[in-house]
Ligand binder design. Sequence first.
Ligand code: AMP
Length: 114
Amino acid sequence: MSRTLFEKIAAREINADIVYEDNQVLAFKDINPQAPVHILIVPKKPIPRIAEAGPWDNQMLGHLLTKAAEVAHQAGLGNSGYRLVINNGPDAGESVPHLHCHILGGRQLEWPPG
Ligand code: AMP
């Protein structure tokens, strides 16, 4: 099976502005930002989407969320707030089939989302 776009970013085969990395996750700036701060945090394991994660992924998914909060704080969003978004499937607008969590902030975000 071919490797995903985000696997290629992790392998430095495609350029990205990487802001955090450890052995389980990678965070980098979104190429088409929807807010002043828009970072993606992804597992290095190429799970296509959250619906395809299993209980064996629980440790990694917890790690991804706590790191998302740390990355948001490091990006200056600790006091103003931020939103974490995971799009799953066509109605949610999922466009890259490699699980990723959007970290959005730096402006007042609307609710409900469009
Ligand atoms: P989603 O629509 O939830 O699947 O989100 C995919 C996100 O990946 C979008 O916000 C895109 O702007 C972003 N994206 C696509 N290609 C790249 C890239 N090469 N580097 C950084 N972000 C990207």
